[in-house]
Design a protein around this ligand. Structure first.
Ligand code: 13P
Length: 263
């Protein structure tokens, strides 16, 4: 046991995958695995983040699982409410579709899709104002790590949003630490390195909010069944944000199981 009292979260970020028929199969297989060997809700929060047009369908398909599985949006608009913003989906419209969770600040959105700090602040603020829970992603590049700047970069990314998170809203924040060099590369941060960063994040959060000790901090970056238990054993790693391995029902199940059994 890791000794942490925070309930772990295991969330599958499907990114721009898969085609509908494969998504349906993936969910059916995952539900069956849970049926055969239940993972109790008290042991682990489980969620999946499909592409936006599949959110409601996935949510419906998950509804008859033997436990709750959260449906998480991968992104939301920097604009709130409704209005003339072609292609956008606001926090309020997610909420209106019963989507209660959203990823913000994934490194692919920061690096490839142009989400600046200002944009991310607006997204976090809109999500919280609409009553959504935000999984806020942070992480350094390889260059930043090699230059000894990893901690500073990550803590700055957390500080970036503090102005838009009201005291009570920290209850609705989950942090995901995803070192960019570990995403989709098969290279995982060692449990020691990940734990060290998570402890720094925890320390930083505790300076910002009285709720710092209870915020879940997930690790992301090449999490797979083979490394999940070692990561789960670290006291400040409270779950995983899983990319590639979440597209396979058995792998995703085993990761959730590892966190449920270790925490
Ligand atoms: P991989 O698990 O494929 O490395 O992706 C991690 C990630 O980006 C999850 O958000």
């Amino acid at each position: 046991m890791s000794g942490s009292t925070i309930k772990p979260w295991v969330v599958g970020n499907w990114k721009m995958n898969p085609v509908q028929s494969n998504a349906q199969q993936l969910i059916e297989e995952f539900k069956q695995l849970l049926q055969q060997n239940p993972i109790l809700e008290e042991q682990c929060q489980i969620g999946v983040a499909p592409i936006s047009i599949a959110l409601q369908h996935v949510q419906q398909q998950l509804a008859d699982a033997n436990r709750s599985i959260l449906t998480v949006a991968q992104d939301l608009s920097r604009f709130a409410g409704t209005g003339a913003y072609t292609g956008e989906v606001s926090a309020e419209l997610l909420k209106d579709s019963s989507i209660e969770y959203v990823l913000v600040g994934h490194s692919e959105r920061r690096e490839i899709l142009g989400d600046t700090t200002e944009v991310l602040k607006a997204k976090v603020q809109n999500a919280l104002n609409a009553g959504l829970t935000v999984i806020y992603c942070v992480g350094e590049s390889l260059e930043q790590r090699e230059a000894g700047q990893a901690e500073q970069v990550v803590l700055q990314q957390i500080c970036d949003i503090t102005a838009v998170v009201k005291a009570d809203d920290w209850r609705n924040i989950v942090i995901a630490y995803e070192p960019i060099w570990a995403i989709g590369t098969g290279k995982t941060a060692s449990p020691e390195d990940a734990q060290m960063m998570h402890a720094k994040i925890r320390e930083g959060l505790s300076q910002i909010t009285a709720l710092g000790a209870s915020i879940a901090i997930l690790y992301g970056g090449s999490v797979k069944p083979e490394n999940a238990a070692d990561l789960a054993n670290c006291p400040d790693i409270n779950g995983a944000l899983v990319g590639g391995a979440s597209l396979n029902a058995e792998s995703f199940y085993k990761i959730a199981e590892a966190f449920a059994n270790t925490k």
